[in-house]
Design a protein. Structure first.
Length: 319
């Protein structure tokens, strides 16, 4: 449930099959909501790195002029947006992948790197209710980069382009100290869905299980095979463009889960000026994630709330 800061709402339970959104509820998971309780508390400020990133964005943004054409959307959402003369909005986003920071050279297959960077931008577009259309790629290439690795990188991008339905129209290449890929994407939506649209009394939903991708990254670093189910989730996260048309029609607010569910709940709450109360025991945990947590003496919820780069969507819906 979404609550205003000044009013406490009573408990409401929306079990699968009895709500207005059975296809989201039954096939992708549905987070029902309850009044705030200790078990439902979510730390939305996980990690100094996350806080530092957004403080830096705010400082840099404050130095820029505030133009924005009428109806435009700037810094603060998953995409920037411009109104289109023929209707709807043009969505703009970009994402970066750097060797040693976002992927592990020698461990992460380069085709997977290409898939992941394209999926990150496609997920931003989907979070605003849109579908990807066009991409440009800037590539920083170190002297020792192997042609086979760069070709595999682009094979992964090409596979993602076919899957998500966008065209790669060009880009730029330069020398660099380490391999760097920046993908800029354009998309289109009939209605822009912001982070700031949550209203009290709405339902909170997540489009599927979270945390597997981060656990998969740890599994890969620990030497698990590329065929391990969690490693596969890490290498091949799937942006939820399939839900974008429903998000555009029904969602009040939406954000993609790139920094972790706990962090994204905090971003959405701050942007909307509301408090989000989630019954954390109802968050979906896959058998593979639970087995990995049990085997390593950890709580699966640590990954469910903190694991990012899985690109599920967190959104609100009218009751």
């Amino acid at each position: 449930m979404v609550e205003s800061r000044k009013q406490h709402w009573g408990a409401e339970n929306w079990p699968c099959g009895s709500c207005r959104y059975p296809e989201v509820c039954s096939s992708q998971g549905f987070v029902t909501s309850y009044p705030h309780s200790p078990s439902a508390a979510v730390d939305s400020n996980q990690g100094i790195g996350v806080r530092g990133e957004f403080e830096l964005i705010a400082r840099l943004a404050s130095r820029l002029p505030t133009p924005l054409r009428p109806g435009g959307v700037g810094i603060g959402d998953d995409c920037a947006a411009l109104p289109m003369p023929q209707g709807g909005v043009q969505l703009l986003t970009c994402d970066i992948a750097m060797a040693g920071r976002h992927f592990m050279p020698g461990l992460t297959p380069m085709a997977a790197v290409g898939w992941r960077v394209a999926s990150a931008s496609a997920s931003d577009v989907a979070a605003c209710g849109g579908l990807p259309e066009t991409a440009l790629i800037s590539l920083g290439v170190p002297r020792d980069a192997a042609d086979a690795d760069l070709e595999a990188l682009y094979d992964g991008i090409a596979e993602a382009a076919r899957h998500y339905g966008f065209d790669v129209m060009g880009g730029n290449v330069t020398g660099a100290e380490t391999l760097l890929i920046d993908l800029f994407m354009l998309g289109h939506s009939e209605r822009f869905v912001p982070r700031s649209g949550a209203r009290h009394g709405e339902l909170i939903a997540v489009s599927g299980p979270t945390g597997q991708e981060e656990a998969g990254r740890e599994a890969l670093a620990a030497g698990e095979a590329l065929t391990h189910p969690l490693v596969q989730r890490h290498l091949r996260p799937l942006a939820r463009t399939d839900l974008a048309p429903r998000i555009a029609v029904d969602a009040g607010a939406c954000i993609d889960i790139s920094d972790g569910l706990g962090s994204e709940l905090g971003h959405l709450a701050r942007a909307s000026g509301v408090r989000l109360n989630v019954e954390s025991t109802l968050l979906p945990v896959t058998p593979a994630l639970q087995a990995w947590a049990d085997a390593h003496g950890k709580s699966a919820q640590d990954w469910v709330l903190g694991g990012g780069e899985g690109y599920q969507l967190l959104f609100t819906l009218p009751p």
